[in-house]
Design a protein around this ligand. Structure first.
Ligand SMILES: NC(=O)c1ccc[n+]([C@@H]2O[C@H](COP(=O)([O-])OP(=O)(O)OC[C@H]3O[C@@H](n4cnc5c(N)ncnc54)[C@H](OP(=O)(O)O)[C@@H]3O)[C@@H](O)[C@H]2O)c1
Length: 222
């Protein structure tokens, strides 16, 4: 496979950083978007673009202007907080924040980069199975569940809207990964999750576009 240009949001730590490292190790050009770079990201060999908050259309536009053509766009940045039913009123701002970062952020990211997507490009939206309505057996987490369900809706529309341009869109759940987001709890390391995600992105095509999958390849219920 010849070198590709990969753009990743939230690439300074966690799963985003691990994905950036894998593509760099493969010899791809990685444009790593973040709010603040980490030493690990700087050491990865990725091209770093700072001050890119995914809720800012202006910042995303600036980042897009610096790139000619994108082969893989990965909307990875996300936030998680926990709101039980008892405190949703007090937590309204946190719920809103998750919606802006997790659902609107990826949509704004794709919007900013849409003209840079090469024919045959791939868009990966890092979602969560907590956004699955069918799979919700434990309740709670109102803001996160709502935001990721909304992101799944975004992904389906993007898959339809970008199909004429031969751009495939994947909604990918990384698994339960040991990152800051989970307080270091989880079943897999970021590097393992990232390897599975990259394998899913490699096999993403028109037939799989618009599907919602676990990083292990399993199709997830909506
Ligand atoms: N870890 C899991 O088990 C798990 C499970 C399911 C889904 N996910 C999803 O996987 C993705 C990555 O999560 P992670 O586990 O790697 O979490 P993480 O370690 O907490 O990293 C989150 C990343 O998102 C960035 N970010 C947050 N708000 C942002 C904003 N407004 N603009 C730009 N960047 C922002 C963070 O940047 P800063 O350093 O600037 O805050 C950081 O780079 C998220 O979408 C998450 O929902 C994770």
């Amino acid at each position: 496979m010849s070198a590709q240009t990969i753009v990743i949001t939230g690439a300074n730590r966690g799963i985003g950083l691990a994905i950036a490292r894998i593509y760099r190790d493969r010899g791809d050009r990685v444009v790593a978007l973040c709010r603040h770079a980490s030493d690990e990201l700087r050491d990865s060999g990725a091209e770093v673009a700072e001050d890119v908050d995914v809720t800012s259309p202006e910042a995303l536009q600036r980042a897009a202007e610096a790139v000619e053509e994108v082969d893989v766009l990965i909307a990875n940045a996300g936030v998680l907080s926990s709101e039980p039913l008892s405190n949703v009123a007090e937590a309204r701002d946190r719920i809103e924040r998750q919606f802006y970062v997790n659902a609107l952020g990826p949509l704004l990211t794709v919007h900013a980069f849409q003209d840079k997507l090469a024919s045959g490009a791939k868009v990966a939206l890092i979602t969560s199975r907590m956004g699955s309505i069918a799979d919700n057996s434990s309740g709670g987490s109102y803001g996160y569940r709502m935001s990721k369900a909304a992101l799944n809706a975004v992904g389906r529309s993007l898959a339809i809207d970008l199909a004429p341009r031969a751009v495939a869109v994947g909604l990918l759940h990384p698994g339960y990964v040991r990152t800051d987001m989970t307080g270091g709890r989880g079943n897999v390391e970021p590097s393992e999750a990232a390897a599975m995600l990259v394998a899913r992105i490699d096999e993403l095509d028109a037939a799989k576009s618009g599907s919602f999958r676990h990083a292990n390849g399993e199709e997830l219920p909506w």
